[in-house]
Ligand binder design. Structure first.
Ligand code: MN
Length: 203
């Protein structure tokens, strides 16, 4: 079964003014769509891989035939990363995490503001294209990590529960070179309810 591009769970303009509608349209309809199409193209000659979930494909890249491993890494990662990205944002969102997730963030980082600051710093420092993540690592601890390109934390055994895309295609139309401004504004669209749901599902 081919991988499919799910529609955005909200309108292109839903995340205005923090993420503009044109960026959302290009990002979802062109960039994410291309990852899905390229992934399906790579899997076309490998029917035994076609029934695997996107998560299981990228969790064990060594099990992917070498001929398509890089394409699956880049485009499978791109598909998984963007699917989570859309779902962990919402309009009228932002605010602060609550419940078990808030307690775990406080336990790991001191307080929520310190967590946000360190997350932004990691996103600013990621050289070139990539992602900054909040993951549950293999030791079951919350951790901030960054990855280059479309590499997923899933590939190294961590479970991402929140991630921000720091490729220029995610912010350049509105923020140009001002990545820190984008990273800080992005907290206004984080869907903490969905992040909490993902956190609870792991533990
Ligand atoms: Mn992207």
């Amino acid at each position: 079964m081919a991988h499919t591009l799910a529609p955005l769970p909200y309108d292109y303009a839903a995340l205005e003014p923090y993420i503009d509608a044109e960026t959302m349209k290009l990002h979802h309809d062109k960039h994410h769509a291309a990852y899905v199409n390229n992934l399906n193209g790579a899997l076309a000659d490998y029917p035994e891989l076609q029934s695997k979930s996107i998560e299981s494909l990228i969790a064990d890249l060594n099990a992917i035939p070498e001929a398509i491993r890089t394409v699956v890494r880049n485009n499978g990662g791109g598909h998984a990363n963007h699917t989570m990205f859309w779902e962990t944002m919402a309009s009228n969102a932002g605010g602060t995490p609550t419940g078990d997730l808030a307690a775990a963030i406080t336990d790991s980082f001191g307080d929520v503001d310190t967590f946000k600051q360190r997350f932004v710093e990691a996103g600013v420092k990621q050289f070139g294209s990539g992602w900054v993540w909040l993951v549950v690592n293999p030791e079951h601890k919350l951790q901030i990590v960054s990855t280059p390109n479309q590499d997923s934390p899933i590939t190294v055994g961590s479970q991402p529960i929140l991630g921000n895309d720091v490729w220029e295609h995610a912010y350049y139309l509105k923020y140009q070179n001002r990545r820190p401004e984008y990273l800080n504004a992005w907290w206004n669209v984080v869907n903490w309810q969905e992040v909490s749901r993902r956190f609870a599902a792991i533990r």
